[in-house]
Design a protein around this ligand. Structure first.
Ligand code: ADP
Length: 490
């Protein structure tokens, strides 16, 4: 019998499968419930609580009070709690990963990678809190000493997506908690279970009541009181650029500190001197991980004309051998899309490609419009004006386009309002430096498809976002600078 038929039975500790909201240190049940479904089978996993918007004022009051006490703790003490949280995440890694697979759909191997990625951010920020050094610049005034300190911004609202339901919360909450902030998390409705499981482990690790809360419910209704409150001082969001714009606008009246990780449209550029096999492997990783539902996903594969046909053929061959299935089944490479609407959007893009005469090298099945599964597909000979090249595909479709000149491909790669990540493959050091300098992107990966992690400032240029997560910069998103001038009046 397939393991996927018994998803819940895969859990070693089913207490992690929490379905209540987490407010003021209490687990809250509500009369109104929302369904959470397995995107692979569309079967019901469980129902979860739905907070009424009227509850949010109390949630914010609690976060304000809890934050003051949390900020008064030493960074070392907050760091201990974050490290304990990371340890518990690692101890329960398999269960957390099973929950990610159940509600998000990705293969278990990838989910385990996501859980470790989450733990690594908690650990990183535990140490960053202890080393959030400020400055004592040389004074510009006679007899005065000037200094800066860093202090927590206050209550943070974190609105998180469904593609990395565990890691995005850890990356935001880890930074904010280390800075001495309290956090109200509003997870995506598709993936509340990962958020609740993390909160359970956070509570066991010693996060005080009210410092981390998880509210569940209708996004717009809950966001309204959170974003209009002057007591919520920062909004940290990961999701689509369209939703990011709405949240920024709603945060404007109270001038909240924004941290926005928005959409991408990553170019993946391979020059003729790049080793073909390695580039094809990187293309598979950069496109088909999380079934392509990643803002870092290679959205436009620009391949130099001399290696174009060989790349297209090799990629098609590898992609047609990817195993599609339930993320809990052995040997699966690509799971379902989390949202049926996303799968339908992918199928309509495949139809567009067929209509305009692109070559479909692998996949291309569009017969069943009621499934979240999309056959991994390679579309060759696409053009820059097609929707699959202009918009983030967010699905397992590789779009391949030929190019001739370096300057041409840089201009084409930059011809988008997005600017999150770009990939460059070349053995020529001079070219690698020239091209990476000219790409208008927050992150450039040269000769690799794997580059994120706690030490790097993750974030985008242009309409891909504001601010950075991780790195030396990550904790600063949640801290205010205070400048103090000590004069010499006695
Ligand atoms: P998608 O449409 O694929 O769900 P979004 O970027 O809209 O992607 O969603 C990311 C997160 O933003 C989710 O937690 C979602 O519930 C939330 N969200 C979406 N629309 C709004 C909104 N108008 N106000 C607040 N949160 C929102």
């Amino acid at each position: 019998m397939r393991k996927s038929l018994h998803s819940k039975e895969q859990l070693q500790d089913d207490r992690l499968l929490e379905s209540r909201a987490y407010v003021a240190g209490e687990w809250i049940q509500t009369a109104i419930q929302a369904e959470v479904r397995d995107p692979a089978t569309q079967r019901l996993i469980t129902t979860v609580a739905q907070c009424a918007p009227g509850m949010i004022a109390g949630v914010i009051d609690c976060a304000v009070k809890a934050q003051k006490a949390w900020a008064a703790q030493l960074p070392l003490e907050r760091g201990r709690v974050l490290r304990a949280w990371a340890d518990l995440v690692r101890l329960h890694a398999r269960d957390l990963a099973v929950i990610v697979v159940m509600e998000q759909g990705k293969p278990l191997r990838e989910a385990l990678g996501e859980v470790e990625y989450a733990a690594s951010y908690l650990e990183w920020f535990a140490a960053e809190g202890e080393r959030a050094y400020a400055q004592v610049p040389p004074s510009h005034r006679p007899g005065a000493q000037i200094a800066t300190t860093l202090q927590p911004v206050g209550v943070v609202c974190a609105i998180t997506p469904w593609n990395f339901p565990c890691a995005m919360i850890a990356r935001k909450a880890g930074a904010a908690l280390a800075a001495g902030c309290s956090v109200v998390v509003k997870p995506a409705p598709e993936t509340p279970l990962s958020a609740l499981a993390l909160a359970r482990l956070g509570a066991s690790a010693g996060i005080p009541a009210g410092v981390l809360q998880v509210v569940l419910g209708e996004a717009k209704q809950l966001a309204e009181p959170l974003l209009s409150s002057a007591n919520v001082r920062a909004i940290s969001f990961t999701g689509s650029t369209a939703t990011g714009r709405v949240l920024l606008a709603k945060s404007a009246p109270t001038i909240k500190r924004p941290s926005m990780e928005l959409g991408g449209n990553a170019p993946f550029i391979a020059f003729p001197d790049a080793p073909l096999d390695a580039v094809v492997s990187a293309a598979i990783t950069a496109k088909f991980t999380t079934a392509g539902q990643d803002c870092l996903a290679a959205n436009r594969m620009f391949i130099a004309r001399p290696i174009y046909e060989a790349f297209v053929e090799a990629l098609g061959d590898r992609v047609s051998r990817l195993v599609v299935g339930h993320g809990l089944d052995n040997g699966v490479d690509v799971g379902p899309l989390t949202q049926l609407s996303g799968a339908r959007r992918c199928r309509s893009r495949i139809r567009e490609a067929q209509r305009v005469g692109c070559r479909i090298i692998a996949g291309g099945a569009i017969d069943d419009d009621h499934t979240n599964f999309v056959t991994p597909t390679v579309i060759a000979d696409a053009t820059d004006d097609m929707e699959i090249a202009r918009e983030e595909v967010f699905g397992p479709i590789a779009t391949v386009l030929p190019f001739d000149e370096e300057a041409e491909v840089i201009a084409r790669a930059n011809a988008t309002e997005m600017g999150l990540a770009a990939y460059v493959f070349t053995q020529n050091v001079g070219r690698a430096m020239r091209v990476s300098r000219q790409l208008e992107y927050g992150m450039v990966a040269v000769n690799t498809a794997s580059f994120t992690g706690p030490p790097v400032p993750f974030g985008g240029w242009k309409q891909s976002g504001l601010g950075r997560e991780g790195g030396l910069e990550g904790i600063r998103e949640f801290m205010e600078i205070k400048y103090v001038c000590y004069g010499n009046v006695e």
